[in-house]
Every structure is written in C-alpha cells, then in structure tokens.
Ligand binder design. Structure first.
Ligand code: KIV
Length: 309
C-alpha cells in the first residue's frame, strides 16, 4: 500500500513537471481548447488505481465507460451492466481523480424509458459517485433524454456513430455512416444532441469523410474514437491502449503498452517463487527480540510435551 498523502477526492497530487499547479478541467476549458485548436485527451478508467494513473498522465476527460461491462466485469457485451455496478465503479474512479472532468456512462436500460428515469439515474452518478457529467448513446429519443437531463442541471455528453448499446440493431460492431444517406443520418443525430444542450459528443467508428462533413456544423467539442484525425479530441479504452484486454483490438486502436503480458509474467514469476520457496526471502520476514523468541520457543516446547501426554 502506498502511504502518499491523498487530496480532497482521495486522489494523489499530480505534478505538471513545470512546477505549475494543474487546474481542474471544466466545460469552459474544453470549449477554450476547441477554440484554440488544442486536442482534447479522453480515456476511460474503471477503478481507483487506473484513475490515479490517468490523472498523473495529464488527460483532460475521464469516462467510466459502460465498456466496463466487458473489460472489467467480463460480460460478453455492454448491455448487462447495471446502474449499481456503474455507480460503484465511478465512485472508485472519483476517489483517485483530481484534475480531469469525470463522466459517468449511463448503461443500457437506465435512461430510455422516460425523462424521469433518465434524470433519476443521472442524479445517481452525480450524488453517489461524484461524477461531473453523464454520457448517453444515440440521437432521436435519446436527444430528448439528454435535454431533460441538461435541463435538470447535469452536463451531458452525447455518443453517436457506432453505439455499442444498440450494436445488434446496427448490424454488429461495424463502422457506421458509410453511405452518403447513412452519414447524413449520423450527422443529424449529432446536431440533435448539440441542440439538446450536450457539452461534447463522442463520434465512434465512422468514416473520416463523415467527420469532415460534421465538424463545421458543430459548436461543441467532438471526441473521436475511430472517427479520423479531424475531431477536437480522441478517446480510447484504457485496457485497449495499454494492452490489458485479451480480446482482439478494433482497427482504430493504437496500443501504447502490452501490460497484460507483463501482468501474466509477474504473477507466473511469483507462482514459481512460491513453489520453489524462493519467496518469501529473509528480507520479507518480521522478527522478535531474542529474549521474546526464547520465551516463545520454551512455551512451544512445553506445550508440545504436554500435548503428547
Ligand atoms: O463505454 C465506453 O468506453 C465508451 C467509449 C468507447 C467512448 O463509450
């Protein structure tokens, strides 16, 4: 266990390297970045240690994605994850995060039924997890939910293109908007979400031509994942970018580590040392004073003799 002091969220103070204190990211600072053409960095996180890592690495936005269903909880897709599970994971991330804006991903079934349901569950992310904002998928009826949540005082991020919660309806995990007509439909959804008051929009797995047609129409930041180089920022799943997930990465993923290999090698080395009794070594042992050790040895000897009779 680390004994570093914790900040007000329980997270550890991050250093900028320049000695300057980092300011917390806000919706206004994201708009400023967009205006200045500074790329926005977003990543997912699902627990306390990953939160401290992404904070220290200096990202702008952290999403507790419903991808947690697959990469953390082992479900076959994102739909089974519950509000209780998402709230618990988001609260753990909150405790490790200081600077980035924290977004809770509304899971499948937590917002579709009514505006009231959507507001109640968005409030759970804010009140129980300490999230700053929530994200939901698709335009259409979801845009109406987004508007209701925004009107209730909670910032909302939209998500269009490949929306994994409706992957079956979309024909699987495949790029969306690949014809002019389909691209226009995706762009329409983005504009609905912008009009509903979303502060940013995730654009997943769409052709770059679609992104290029959309960007001049958007006033809010667009964060791409498999949407080409011309969005205002990029997002990747933590387990994909670090090579922790054992599934096949999508075409748009660049892996910046192979951590799973190192994890397996580390645990295998530990297992080998335990089996060969190379671990624990003398430096891992605790000691008694010689006097206490003598007393204990005497007691154990007497006890062994007594128990034989
Ligand atoms: O759930 C998730 O991780 C996401 C990101 C890929 C944007 O929605």
């Amino acid at each position: 266990m680390s004994t570093r002091p914790a900040d007000k969220h329980g997270g550890h103070a991050a250093s900028t390297g320049s000695g300057q204190a980092r300011r917390p990211v806000t919706i206004t600072s994201l708009q400023e970045k967009k205006a200045l053409g500074e790329a926005i960095v977003m990543v997912t996180a699902y627990d306390y240690p990953s939160a401290t890592v992404v904070d220290e690495a200096g990202v702008d936005l952290v999403l507790v994605g419903d991808s947690a269903a697959m990469v953390v909880l082992g479900y076959p897709n994102t739909t089974p994850v519950s509000m209780d599970e998402m709230v618990m994971l988001s609260a753990a991330v909150r405790r490790g995060l200081k600077h980035p804006l924290l977004i809770g991903d509304m899971p499948f079934g937590s917002y579709e039924a009514s505006n009231e349901q959507a507001i109640a569950n968005a409030q759970r992310f804010i009140k129980e997890s300490g999230c700053d904002a929530v994200k939901l998928e698709r335009g259409g009826a979801s845009a109406e939910r987004a508007r209701a949540i925004v009107d209730s005082g909670i910032p909302v991020m939209g998500h269009i293109g490949l929306t994994p919660q409706s992957a079956v309806q979309l024909g699987g995990y495949r790029a969306q908007g690949r014809t002019a007509a389909a691209a226009q439909a995706v762009i329409e959804e983005a504009l609905q979400l912008q009009e509903a008051g979303c502060f940013a929009i995730v654009l997943e797995c769409v052709p770059s031509e679609l992104t290029d047609a959309l960007m001049p129409l958007l006033d809010v930041p667009a964060i791409g994942i498999g949407a080409g180089p011309h969005t205002d920022g990029q997002v990747l799943v933590f387990h994909d970018l670090l090579g922790i997930w054992d599934g096949r990465p999508a075409k748009f993923v660049r892996q910046y580590g192979q951590i799973r290999e190192q994890m397996v090698a580390g645990v295998a080395a530990y297992a080998k040392d335990v089996r060969s009794r190379a671990y624990p070594a003398p430096e891992h042992e605790y000691e008694m004073s010689p006097d206490e050790a003598r007393q204990l040895a005497g007691w154990a000897r007497d006890h062994a003799v007594a128990s034989r009779h």
